[in-house]
Design a protein around this ligand. Structure first.
Ligand SMILES: Cc1cc2nc3c(=O)[nH]c(=O)nc-3n(C[C@H](O)[C@H](O)[C@H](O)COP(=O)(O)OP(=O)(O)OC[C@H]3O[C@@H](n4cnc5c(N)ncnc54)[C@H](O)[C@@H]3O)c2cc1C
Length: 399
């Protein structure tokens, strides 16, 4: 049966955009359906958040011919300093020890999206925007997708429907995928911070009894703060005057970067863990935040979603023309399962272990940091995991 497209991607955010770009290197016919205009995304507060990209993500973005432009405003992380306030454990991961240029990079989400948008236009990918998914039906030979494009309903047919439509995924809701949810009752307070120290290639992860503080190097010698705390405290902290806010941050973060001051607006993001245990169904697959929305403390959400996009593009490019869609999705699910379960589980355990006052867990986490610091092999493995290089996941070959 003749269909309009091989693949319809709902959501042209960070992950959907990367999938579309990877598929543009193949003969497959692809369309992206995106609800928000590009201009809206560039100015909304979510676009300003700093994304820590792993070395593995850099490798994927290189394959998508996008790294060079993203790198123009990326800050390299050459060391990661991990410590626990008021305790003895600490460790330092270094790019030198891993024999790479950087353990990862920090870039604004809006920068990645603007590079993606330019590359998609150049590659001639069809983007329907602003357009929203309304409904879809699956039958033996196709997925029939109804979208609202500029106030008018349109019906499109495809072999495969991809839900890359974020944490509130409508593809997921309409497909009645089972969703596991865990509300941490925590929020992330983010903002740009000026520091006294000129050091600008070290990222800090500091665990406190209130929750973890991440300070990531940002362009212009500033640092990007992601400070996680209980929802009650976040409400209080958001209301603090600038001076009181900095005083509280300094008391918890310490003097690792000298005196701190605020360089931009504070924002607050609610945090939860949600994931779909089986993210494929007949002719439908969920990727990125639609499949798994993680706590940002480990900086893994986009990195994990990018690997979904890369592997899906690889599997589709090599199999869609000679195998049935369901068989192709089985191959994809097999290749993604371990990585998705590992990263979701690790992030969840990290939050539970590090945002607690429990004395036993506190001893455990400090012993863990000390052991990590003293055992180079273990530290290397941890660094490889952090860099997104622990296995074959970083590779993408779509043509
Ligand atoms: C404070 C904070 C810090 C973070 N830091 C990091 C980090 O350091 N490193 C990291 O890897 N990750 C980080 N993340 C996570 C990362 O931002 C997400 O994992 C990533 O944005 C997910 O991308 P996505 O494309 O799956 O979803 P989204 O970015 O949510 O994109 C979904 C897209 O779908 C569109 N859409 C939604 N519904 C519809 C519909 N019905 N029809 C059409 N289009 C639709 C939306 O407009 C949007 O463009 C952080 C997150 C937060 C909140």
């Amino acid at each position: 049966m003749q269909v309009d497209y091989d693949v319809i991607i709902i959501g042209g955010g960070l992950v959907g955009g990367c999938l579309a770009l990877a598929l543009s290197q193949t003969p497959l016919r692809v369309v992206v359906v995106e609800a928000s205009s590009f201009a809206e995304k560039q100015t909304d507060s979510a676009g300003q958040r700093a994304i820590a990209l792993s070395w593995g993500s850099r490798c994927i973005l290189e394959q998508l011919n996008s790294w060079q432009q993203i790198n123009e405003s990326a800050m390299p992380i050459r060391d990661i300093h991990v410590s626990d306030k008021g305790h003895f454990g600490k460790t330092r991961l270094s790019a030198k020890a891993q024999q790479v240029d950087a353990l990862g990079y920090v870039v604004e989400a809006a920068k990645i999206e603007s590079v993606m948008a330019a590359r998609l236009t150049k590659a001639g990918v069809t983007i329907l925007c602003p357009a929203e998914l309304i409904d879809y039906q699956i039958d033996d030979s196709q997925a029939v997708v109804t979208v609202n494009l500029d106030g008018e309903e349109r019906t499109l047919c495809c072999h495969l429907l991809v839900g890359a439509d974020g944490g509130l995924s409508k593809v997921r809701q309409l497909g009645q995928f089972e969703l596991k949810e865990y509300a941490y009752d925590q929020q992330a307070v983010t903002g740009l911070i000026k520091t006294e120290s000129a050091q600008c290639d070290v990222a800090y992860e500091r665990f406190t009894s209130e929750g973890p503080i991440a300070m990531l190097p940002h362009v212009g010698g500033q640092y990007s703060l992601v400070w996680t705390m209980s929802s009650d405290k976040a409400v209080q902290v958001k209301k603090l005057s600038e001076d009181a806010f900095i005083e509280r941050l300094q008391a918890r973060f310490g003097q690792w970067l000298g005196e701190l001051s605020l360089a931009g607006e504070r924002q607050v993001f609610p945090l939860n863990l949600q994931y779909v245990p089986n993210n494929t169904a007949a002719r439908v697959v969920l990727i990125g935040n639609a499949a798994h929305q993680l706590h940002p403390v480990a900086g893994q959400g986009f990195n994990l979603g990018l690997r979904d996009a890369a592997i899906l593009a690889d599997v589709l490019a090599h199999n869609l023309q000679n195998k049935g869609v369901d068989e192709v999705l089985e191959i994809y699910a097999r290749r993604r399962k371990t990585d998705q379960q590992l990263v979701t589980g690790l992030t969840d355990n990290l939050i539970k272990l590090f945002s607690t006052d429990n004395a036993l867990l506190s001893v455990l986490r400090n012993s863990g940091l000390l052991i990590l610091d003293k055992l180079p092999m273990l530290k290397n493995q941890f660094a490889q995991q952090t860099m997104g290089l622990s296995s074959r996941f970083a590779r993408i070959k779509v043509n």
